[in-house]
Design a protein around this ligand. Structure first.
Ligand code: LUZ
Ligand code: MOS
Length: 763
């Protein structure tokens, strides 16, 4: 089944926040953000802005009726700056005006007296100064200190990755209305309606029951609206609450880029020990996460980095330590993969460095160390239903790794200026929120008397096709056509206490709840049918297929079944609750069973580098992915393609640059390059691995949102291999993204400095 939103999107009919008809009397808001990254806020000069045309009101921290606090995991983030500013663009004042241009013009008239304080942008500096968001965490397996003695080879190094802008097509925004009885209703472009509700209530000093959040769909989220939609939702709500008028706040692209957090940059130190036959024996790694100025989701992201520190390899002795470092950048946040990609980049870098030094191909090391059933992850979970070997073998068989490598080598032999590189990128990604309690969801299903069905869940549609999946689940479980089912908006009044749509788990969690609710309704209807048809109650489970089958093909019997059930006063609504079974994690031991299951896959990536220009193409990505039993293969394939290209962009061209003052220099699409159509590999093969799926996955279709992003890491190592084909004496340092600029710097690195690593290897 195709994505049900597709036609509406193509015709421009799909409703986004900005398409909601604007009510008369609506005020338009714009935000004044701090011009400095750190300082004491001495005074705000609002007079000129107050007198500007159309300005109705300017709100500051003093106007907040409740608590000026939107921190989730750690209460360390003010909605509007109080006494201090902590990053450039931190919201300080909210201008409400009759039109949006008036509000934006008035913002430009605001000035602030700020006493500058020292600015930290480097996570290692923050760590050295004790500026940590939370205490460090360490995951341990075996005894690495003792294992070094056993290692034939020990490789040490550093790896760095940059951040990543989410660049959802729809910027952050919200539209709030005052409601009867002193509440607010907020249309929010958020992945986490409950988070917006909770923090809005806190800021307004009211109960969550007076705050209703409603979401139709997002024009992209990618993690950027998991936590950080809250600011804009709460600000719009504050405006509506104070003025008793509707308030609409939509960030312009420039403000969105400047004011919101991104994927976390990391800098990490690694030490990897191997046996003579290339078995990984020991791994020590220290991650320094650049959290930015407030905790946001950083501690959770940090944790997922630790969970994925070994990617899809078994290493018997591991010590992984992670620091969440407070700097004066906008608070960094969730981004597809949620720290996993950062952890995986480091182990892949360590393996690449080992391959350089040992004179072997990285995939020879990768191949020998894939996870297998019965082994254990460093966090204590047993490896079960592992498809690491299976996906590698399938990829090898379909794409002929050795032959492909030989072709690349042959090409490089005869091509002096263009060189190719091949890399293999196997992945393993854990599915579940790492915070066990978040793995729950609810669904509310109504069957109307005409046989049509309305389904409400906590799932937010953001282009990933979750609504289509929910409709499929409902239709299949009830045994009716998907045409009879509508997915309602995501609304906190209909479905409460929701987890954000995140962690690749949205379809699993909400889908299971839909399935449970529909099963219950179906049983109820069958019982009614059995009564009407004088069927035997005991035989119900056996006969229910017959009963439903009798309703086909015209489904007129469905309508009859439903309407007669109504007249017999059968309850046609159901609310179900699902909690993923068997999850636990003990943070004191850093051991447990945090994931419902894991998703595996293997990608082969080829890049061609132009050694004159430093430019490159990622020519081909051919991969085998573990979808389980996909019931929406078109949507799932789309997730793989999109995730891959997003990962490829992060690893190759998307370069976020902040200066020493904490100012974003890559603050527009002229300076921040994202993949376009030409960046998509010309060959993009997505093959479905034949596996039974997992019982914790909805209809045994495994989660598909985040895992494919990590195939993009292969592009980094393919480019690196191509550079080394041109300059075997150069060992490019591990610094993502591998921009054409860095390619050139490596290609034209001085011969002398290039000789140094070779000498140290000999010593
Ligand atoms: N969000 C979250 C996530 O709160 N916890 C997670 O484990 C997670 N994982 C991936 C993406 N978002
Ligand atoms: Mo996400 S990074 O699953 O919001």
């Amino acid at each position: 089944m195709h994505n049900l939103d597709a036609a509406g999107h193509v015709r421009g009919e799909s409703q986004y926040l900005d398409d909601i008809p604007v009510q008369r009397g609506t005020l338009h808001a714009a935000v004044y953000g701090s011009p400095l990254a750190h300082g004491k806020l001495l005074s705000l000069n609002l007079e000129a802005a107050r007198r500007a045309p159309g300005v109705v009101r300017i709100l500051t921290a003093q106007d907040i009726p409740g608590e000026n606090q939107i921190g989730g995991i750690v209460p360390d983030e003010e909605l509007l700056a109080g006494s201090h500013v902590h990053f450039q663009g931190m919201p300080v004042a909210l201008v409400l005006a009759e039109t949006e241009p008036q509000a934006r013009a008035a913002v430009k008239l605001i000035t602030a007296d700020i006493e500058p304080l020292p600015i930290i942008t480097d996570p290692r500096e923050a760590q050295a100064k004790g500026e940590l968001i939370v205490p460090p965490r360490t995951f341990r397996l075996g005894d690495p200190a003792a294992a070094w003695a056993e290692c034939a080879h020990i490789i040490e190094g550093t790896a760095e990755n940059g951040g990543q802008e989410h660049l959802y097509i729809e910027t952050q925004g919200a539209y709030a209305y005052p409601t009867d009885g002193g509440g607010v209703r907020v249309h929010s472009s958020t992945q986490g309606p409950t988070a917006v509700q909770r923090h809005t209530a806190r800021v307004l000093g009211t109960g969550m029951h007076k705050v209703e959040i409603d979401v139709t769909r997002l024009g992209g989220g990618f993690g950027g609206k998991e936590d950080q939609a809250t600011t804009w939702g709460a600000l719009a709500a504050l405006g509506a609450f104070v003025t008793k008028k509707p308030v609409k706040l939509v960030l312009g692209r420039h403000d969105d880029l400047r004011m919101t957090g991104k994927r976390h940059p990391y800098t990490s130190d690694f030490k990897l020990g191997l046996s003579a036959d290339l078995k990984l024996l020991a791994y020590e790694v220290t991650f320094y996460q650049n959290a930015g100025a407030a905790a946001d989701l950083s501690p959770a992201v940090l944790e997922r980095t630790l969970f994925h520190a070994c990617n899809t390899y078994f290493i018997p002795n591991v010590r992984a330590t992670a620091y969440s470092c407070r700097t004066h950048l906008p608070p960094n946040t969730a981004f597809r993969g949620f720290g996993g990609p950062q952890g995986m980049f480091v182990i892949e870098s360590a393996i690449a460095k080992a391959a350089d030094e040992l004179g072997v191909l990285a995939w020879e090391i990768q191949r020998r160390n894939l996870l297998q059933d019965g082994q254990v992850f460093p966090y204590g979970q047993r490896v079960e239903d592992c498809n690491a070997e299976l996906s590698w073998q399938a990829a090898d068989q379909k794409f002929e790794l050795k032959k492909w490598q030989a072709e690349v080598d042959a090409f490089n032999q005869q091509s002096p200026v263009r060189k190719r590189g091949l890399a293999v990128m196997p992945i393993c990604f854990g599915i579940s929120f790492t915070k066990t309690a978040m793995n729950q969801a609810r669904a509310l299903v109504h069957i109307y008397t005409d046989g049509s069905v309305g389904v409400s869940t906590g799932a937010v549609e953001m282009g990933q096709g979750v609504n289509t999946k929910m409709i499929q689940v409902a239709a299949r479980t009830l045994g009716i056509s998907p045409k009879r089912v509508r997915l309602e908006t995501t609304n906190t009044t209909r479905v409460a206490n929701t987890s954000p749509s995140a962690a690749s788990a949205t379809a699993d969690l909400n889908g299971k709840a839909v399935e449970m609710a529909c099963r219950e309704l179906r049983t109820r209807l069958l019982r009614h049918a059995a009564e009407d048809l004088k069927m035997n109650y005991e035989g119900l489970e056996i006969q229910d297929e017959q009963v439903l089958a009798a309703g086909k093909p015209a489904e007129t019997n469905w309508e009859k079944l439903v309407s007669t059930a109504y007249w017999k006063r059968v309850n046609l609504s159901e609310n179900a609750h699902y909690a993923t079974p068997d999850l636990w994690f003990d943070q004191t031991q850093e051991k447990g069973h945090p994931f419902a299951y894991h998703v595996y896959g293997t990608a082969l990536v080829q890049a061609t580098v132009d050694a004159m220009r430093g430019t490159y193409d990622v020519d081909a990505v051919r991969l085998v992915h573990d979808f389980g039993q996909s019931f929406t293969p078109g949507i799932d394939r789309g997730q793989i393609e999109g995730g891959l290209v997003q990962g490829l962009g992060w690893m190759t061209m998307e370069e976020l640059i902040y200066n020493q003052d904490g100012r974003l220099l890559s603050n527009a699409l002229s300076t921040y390059k994202v993949p376009d159509l030409y960046s998509v590999p010309k060959v993009l093969d997505v093959e479905f691995l034949e596996t039974p799926g997992h019982p914790n996955a909805i209809l045994r279709a495994k989660a598909v949102g985040e895992p494919p992003l990590m195939y993009g890491l292969g592009a980094y190592f393919a480019i690196r291999n191509a550079v080394r084909a041109f300059r075997p004496d150069v060992r490019p340092e591990f610094s993502a993204p591998f921009t054409p600029e860095k390619v050139l710097l490596n290609l034209y690195a001085a011969r002398e400095s290039a000789a140094a690593p070779a000498a140290s290897q000999a010593s």
